[in-house]
Design a protein around this ligand. Structure first.
Ligand SMILES: *Cc1c(COP(=O)(O)O)cnc(C)c1O
Length: 461
């Protein structure tokens, strides 16, 4: 049935904002392997994590039983300032592609931080405040997480120390300015303020930094500073939990029009937006209901799912964080300093990794940067919205699926996550527009160097 009666924007009312997050782990048949304490290689327990993370967040991290977890009232109040986010029917894109597919996207870039990361930042800042902490430390790659966390900490009036990957801090001075406006302090990483940073600089004074290294610095700063804990913007279970708000809203909105996605697409850096968008649809699949086809899209320059190994690995370069079983390129892998900054992490969420390994997440797809910007530019022209380069990975895949529908004549429903605005990424657009953008694809040899650093963990079956 062709549904032409769907409005361009499907907005839920404020009352329809979900009151609880959905914890997909409760429905997973095979839980992901437990995180391991790096010192003992034993599964982590609460007391391993509470020196680093806030207590309530540790409880969420380890919770694989409760399906729904109430959103605290203070967090809900903050959500009301910028949620529900719109679900948009991409009529103009459909027309431009001349496809029978019906394309929907959930737009998370409409808040000042410019991305979905605020959904988790506000929850994490709330729990830090509730615990009576002075502040939190974190890392940021492209800057979206640091910006989101700065806003959240500014709102709850706690301190925020951000270690920003050096190459990003140089490429994106305005990101730094936004963070400082909200009261955060921003340190380019690697820095001389931590032991691990000093070590990295001694090894390579010209290093452009990496997310893995910035994580190590932020963790070190948290555990050595009284009243501080460390928070992370992706990868962790708690972050996917908070991001389930995206999927819960999207599902409620799309169902108002008796629609249901055949294909759900998200870009995947650490896996949080895709994990959140697909969560309630994955619930259907896990519990034997409808079964949409899920696609994770990653950059060909940092192909953790398409070319990585499913293995226990460290989440950071300094090897101070717990080990997680995930798809990984190795914690020492430093991707080329291309511009899809938010997707340049060596690992992948353990939840997403397990779902992919078990075949519930159907496909991972790597796309080249120029193809991504071609999609971004078309989208910007026809839909009037300038996407973040990260988000444009999902756009690329959505367009490719819609073109397949044109060829086969199928009127599939495609839902994708448009995670952020591209306004802070104009340097990348400038490069693309001037024809200077290059596709960097690591060679097998490059990857082997990263794999060599993956620890050899014997797993009891
Ligand atoms: C951080 C970021 C991503 C990737 O992170 P995930 O945890 O994989 O969602 C995607 N899009 C934008 C705009 C981001 O800021």
């Amino acid at each position: 049935m062709k549904r032409n009666n769907v409005p361009y924007k499907i907005n839920l009312t404020e009352q329809e904002i979900p009151k609880a997050w959905y914890n997909v782990r409760a429905d997973m048949k095979t839980k992901h392997r437990p995180m391991l304490n790096p010192a003992t290689l034993k599964p982590v327990v609460e007391s391993d994590l509470t020196p680093v993370f806030c207590d309530k967040l540790v409880a969420q991290e380890l919770n694989d039983k409760d399906r729904m977890i109430d959103i605290p009232e203070e967090v809900l109040n903050f959500y009301r300032m910028y949620r529900p986010s719109p679900l948009i029917r991409a009529y103009f894109l459909e027309k431009a592609l001349d496809t029978p597919a019906r394309i929907y996207y959930k737009y998370e870039g409409g808040n000042t931080s410019g991305s979905h990361k605020l959904n988790s930042a506000i929850a994490q800042a709330y729990y830090a405040k509730e615990q009576g902490l002075v502040g939190v430390t974190t890392e940021t790659g492209a800057g979206q997480w640091g910006t989101a966390l700065s806003m959240a900490c500014g709102y709850f009036d706690i301190d925020c120390k951000v270690y920003m990957v050096k190459v990003s801090s140089e490429q994106k001075p305005y990101r730094k300015a936004v963070m400082e406006t909200y009261g955060a302090s921003v340190t380019p990483s690697p820095s001389t303020t931590t032991q691990i940073g000093q070590k990295m600089l001694a090894e390579d004074p010209n290093t452009t930094g990496s997310l893995g290294c910035a994580i190590s610095e932020a963790v070190e700063a948290a555990v050595t500073t009284e009243g501080y804990k460390y928070v992370l913007g992706s990868v962790l279970n708690q972050v996917l939990l908070h991001q389930s708000i995206i999927g819960l809203e999207a599902k409620a909105a799309i169902e108002k029009y008796d629609e249901y996605p055949d294909i759900v697409i998200g870009c995947a850096g650490g896996g949080s937006n895709l994990g959140g968008l697909m969560a309630p649809f994955m619930a259907d699949k896990l519990t034997g209901g409808k079964a949409p086809y899920f696609i994770a899209v990653e950059p060909a320059s940092c192909p953790s799912m398409t070319r990585g190994k499913f293995a226990y690995d460290f989440c950071d370069t300094g090897m101070v964080t717990p080990l997680a079983k995930m798809y990984t390129l190795g914690a020492t892998f430093i991707p080329a300093s291309n511009h899809a900054g938010g997707l340049r992490y060596h690992g992948m969420s353990p939840i997403l990794s397990q779902l992919y390994h078990d075949g519930y997440l159907d496909e991972a797809r790597a796309v080249g940067q120029r193809d991504v910007f071609e999609a971004a530019t078309l989208f910007a022209k026809v839909e009037g919205l300038l996407p973040a380069p990260e988000s444009a990975h999902a756009i690329r895949a959505a367009i490719d699926e819609a073109i397949k529908c044109k060829e086969s004549g199928e009127d599939k429903v495609i839902l994708f996550g448009l995670t952020g605005t591209g306004y802070f990424d104009m340097a990348a657009y400038m490069q693309y527009n001037s024809g200077e953008m290059e596709d960097y694809i690591p060679s097998d040899e490059d990857l082997e160097r990263g794999f060599a650093a993956i620890p050899d963990i014997k797993e009891a079956e």
